[in-house]
Design a protein around this ligand. Structure first.
Ligand code: ATP
Ligand code: PRP
Ligand code: NIO
Length: 506
């Protein structure tokens, strides 16, 4: 085994030991029709036929101009461990749908295909393959549903998180304004909370209240206190003092249980001054309801007037990128934001629509392109085994090119790009650099990709985004980034469309 494969293997074993993965078997996390299709292929003796599938989405979510790819770690873990247990096979037998020879085949089932994928944290666009999977049709078909679930969920939350974090970054009064993820209680259950927190960190959140996610992924953990803490003491002041006594180094006080300006902030000031006298410092207050702009401004004035200008103000209360921007345009005095529900569930855009399509199939020793035709021209697939090239000029991303896998480009030669629908729209790029977005992850079922740390994925997002113009990055009506088809791919697509038209007419 090469060093790289060894390191990749060691790393996936580390990941597999995390509480979110340990002792889990997800072989049956599939739609029944994947199993019935597998069975049909098996019975027809064609289950080993080699095919290529692409996983891609067609429309950016949340009105954004791009998606941040996430979820590959979960894909790698899943393919690495994929195996039917004795129990799984007994269940499938009990359905009375499958023959014993097929169940026997499932008993020895392992993923033996090739996977190429964009690394997590990559900025991606509609129609670009985020994963390309090649292997025996039965294997590649079984894994569709789980792969889509992992990539759709985490890419969506990473993208939503990025929007929220960028809204917070427009804070001119408090540059460096951070977002803390607090969504566990509102997530669509435990996996969505942990993997959602992971994705939120990829998008740029700085910390989380979710302890399991923090431990699993080495994310800074943070928190204040709930209203129940305050309510459980005879008075708000006693609650604040008790919290300070327990956490003198990290005292953040929740000030909205009774009345922010008449009770919460005055009591926090009492505690803050006492701490100052004792050589300690009150770290912050949290406002969780009411008019956050008005209350934060008034609180800031009161704290400053008391000589507590260093005490930070944290706001929470059903926040998202829109409310955060609006609060900041109202001059809110907020240092950081706690965001739960609308981040972890991506409330206003709750699903990303990645699909998984057959693009090539082996006949004899020839890999033949396959196309899916649709009434809707946007839904006609790009056929063939492909790669995605990002073209940079002077460090700026100028276009992506979806090309056939065996095409070669010489960046010292000018390259003419054209719009895949409005083909008269053309531009020539010169002196460009190429980044090939799809990297090998599994080859013949062997893991060859060393999973990166979450922090390096978060850093990749920053680095990737810095290559895109503000027009593409903006949140409202962003420019459409150029994603073009290479001439050979475009020609192939047209040829297949014409072939289909001729055969449909005859
Ligand atoms: N100044 C502001 N401008 C715009 N939106 C605001 C402002 N202040 C708060 N909001 C938002 O308005 C909504 C307020 O919701 P709502 O009135 O239901 O609850 P609340 O004030 O938090 O009270 P409670 O939590 O007790 O129900 C939240 O989404 C909050 O983020
Ligand atoms: O508003 P979100 O963006 O979803 O952020 C998380 C919310 O969860 C908590 O409220 P909750 O009323 O559940 O509990 P609490 O009594 O501890 O505030 C917290 O105070 C936030 O308001
Ligand atoms: O620590 C907090 O302030 C917190 C944690 C979870 C949900 N809401 C708030």
């Amino acid at each position: 085994m090469s060093n790289q494969r060894e390191r990749a293997q060691q790393r996936v074993e580390e990941i597999a030991a995390l509480p979110v993965y340990r002792d889990r078997n997800l072989a049956l996390l599939t739609d029944l029709y994947q199993l019935t299709m597998m069975y049909g292929h098996f019975k027809a003796g064609r289950h080993e036929q080699r095919v290529v599938f692409d996983l891609f989405y067609r429309k950016n979510p949340c009105g954004n101009g791009y998606v941040i790819a996430a979820g590959l770690e979960q894909v790698v873990w899943y393919l690495h461990q994929l195996q039917f247990s004795v129990d799984d096979l007994a269940y499938l037998r009990s359905l009375d749908m499958f023959s014993e020879d097929f169940l026997e085949y499932l008993r020895d089932f392992r993923f033996r295909g090739d996977v190429y994928a964009v690394p997590e944290g990559t900025v991606v666009f509609p129609n670009e393959p985020l994963l390309r999977i090649e292997g025996a049709i039965a294997e590649v078909q079984l894994i569709e549903s789980a792969l889509l679930a992992f990539i759709n969920h985490q890419s969506l939350i990473a993208t939503k998180s990025r929007r929220i974090v960028e809204a917070a970054q427009t804070n001119v009064k408090h540059p460096g304004s951070a977002v803390i993820e607090m969504g566990l209680r509102r997530a669509q259950n435990a996996d969505a909370a942990v993997f959602g927190t992971r994705a939120a960190f990829i998008g740029g959140c700085v910390a989380t209240s979710n302890v399991l996610a923090a431990k699993s992924y080495d994310i800074p953990v943070a928190g204040t206190q709930g209203h129940s803490w305050i309510q459980s003491f005879p008075t708000e002041l006693e609650a604040f003092e008790a919290y300070r006594a327990a956490f003198p180094e990290n005292t953040v006080l929740l000030v909205d249980t009774y009345d922010v300006l008449r009770s919460g902030v005055p009591n926090a000031i009492r505690v803050g001054l006492a701490m100052k006298e004792a050589g300690q410092s009150l770290k912050g207050i949290r406002i969780d309801s009411g008019d956050l702009a008005y209350l934060s401004k008034r609180s800031r004035q009161m704290l400053n007037a008391a000589g507590l200008a260093d005490v930070q103000i944290i706001a929470s209360s059903d926040l998202d990128e829109y409310t955060i921007r609006d609060l900041l345009t109202q001059g809110a005095e907020i240092d950081s934001f706690g965001v739960g529900t609308r981040l972890i569930t991506s409330t206003d855009c709750p699903a990303l629509g990645c699909v998984y399509k057959l693009v090539a199939q082996q006949f004899g020793d020839r890999l033949e392109p396959r196309i899916k035709i649709s009434e809707n021209p946007n839904k006609v697939t790009n056929p063939g085994k492909k790669k995605v090239l990002r073209l940079y000029v002077d460090g700026a991303a100028v276009a992506d090119l979806i090309a056939l896998a065996d095409e070669q480009y010489d960046p010292s030669e000018p390259l003419e790009l054209f719009h895949p629908i409005h083909t008269y729209k053309r531009k020539v790029v010169q002196n460009y650099e190429i980044e090939e977005l799809l990297v090998p992850v599994f080859i013949g079922g062997d893991l060859v990709y060393e999973l990166p740390s979450l922090r390096s994925i978060q850093a990749r997002v920053e680095h990737q985004l810095s290559a895109f113009s503000s027009e593409i990055r903006r949140h409202l009506n962003p420019h459409e980034y150029h994603v073009d088809l290479s001439q050979p791919l475009w020609d192939l697509k047209q040829r297949l469309l014409h072939q289909w038209r001729r055969s449909a007419q005859s």
